[in-house]
Design a protein. Structure first.
Length: 304
């Protein structure tokens, strides 16, 4: 990882300390640390001898997280034939591993409100993009029988895929803004990720992957966060899931703008179409359905 960089901002004649990726992971890991209740619940979930009642009773100490868990369990990505109305029922229908993922995702999204205030992107805008990406990734997975089993995984991956962006905006806002502006002025010459690397020595996707690993997220979610802009660089066993989120990220930008013009969104890595065996029209076709569902997903962050 990069060593601490002291940079001179010639315009303002002051030294700006840029946090390294290791320092950001450490500081953000503390800031967004899982609550004591979440830690206790995760230990119980990992213990095959623990009962569903014990897990539910422990989770009940954090009612807001219970509400978020149940909302996620009843969201389009996880909705079962019957309504999930209790933690015990979620455990029975979804299984411990899925509940573990939902609790971690819920805890992280809720904790994002503790990040330092930043002006580059409102939290509502950030999470709307994330919600679109989650819904579109799920719809793409369900469009093909080969990938249907990935629907819940890519839903969570889409929800968390840009977490590194949010952390960069909060902790290194000046450098993030310069990177953003530099790729806007010459989008054909430099990608946002390359611009971030030029400014910081790493990019938001690498930071997101490092954070996911720090929190002990499943390896497939770590891969989604780290490689969603370069899906075929991911470990082979995760390339399909990462590719679906990569496509969904492009679709999310189009859906937010209510556009169907590919020039309005980050480009799809061309080999991804052949790898996923999906046609571009399939992505465009799911955008309308996503626009009907995104409000429900956005509401997952509000436990009231």
């Amino acid at each position: 990882m990069q060593s601490l960089i002291g940079r001179i901002d010639m315009e303002h004649s002051e030294t700006v300390a840029i946090l390294t990726i290791d320092q950001l992971v450490e500081s953000t890991g503390r800031l967004l640390a899982m609550s004591r209740v979440v830690g206790e619940v995760l230990k119980l979930l990992d213990n095959s001898n623990s009962t569903q009642v014990a897990i539910a009773n422990c989770l009940a100490k954090d009612p807001a997280l219970v509400v978020m868990l149940l909302r996620l369990a009843n969201s389009p990505a996880f909705a079962a034939a019957r309504h999930v109305d209790s933690v015990e029922r979620a455990l029975t229908i979804l299984g411990r591993e899925q509940v573990r993922r939902l609790i971690i995702a819920g805890a992280i999204t809720r904790a994002s409100d503790r990040l330092p205030t930043q002006h580059l992107i409102p939290l509502e805008t950030f999470w709307r993009h994330s919600a679109y990406c989650a819904v579109i990734a799920r719809l793409l997975a369900e469009a093909d029988g080969r990938t249907k089993s990935l629907s819940s995984t890519v839903f969570l991956g889409g929800l968390l895929h840009d977490l590194g962006h949010l952390v960069l905006f909060s902790h290194n806002p000046d450098e993030s803004e310069r990177a953003f502006l530099s790729c806007l002025t010459a989008p054909a010459m430099i990608s946002p990720e390359a611009a971030e690397t030029a400014e910081l020595g790493f990019n938001h996707a690498e930071l997101g992957g490092a954070l996911a690993e720090h929190w002990g997220l499943p390896t497939v979610l770590c891969a989604i966060l780290q490689f969603h802009h370069a899906p075929l660089s991911a470990p082979p066993e995760h390339q399909l899931a990462v590719s679906l989120v990569h496509l969904a990220n492009t679709g999310a930008h189009l859906a937010e703008l209510d556009s169907r013009d590919w020039d309005d969104a980050p480009p799809v890595d061309p080999p991804v179409w052949a790898f996923t065996q999906l046609q571009p029209q399939v992505l465009l076709d799911v955008l309308e359905a996503a626009q009907y569902q995104v409000l429900a997903v956005e509401a997952l962050r509000d436990p009231s």
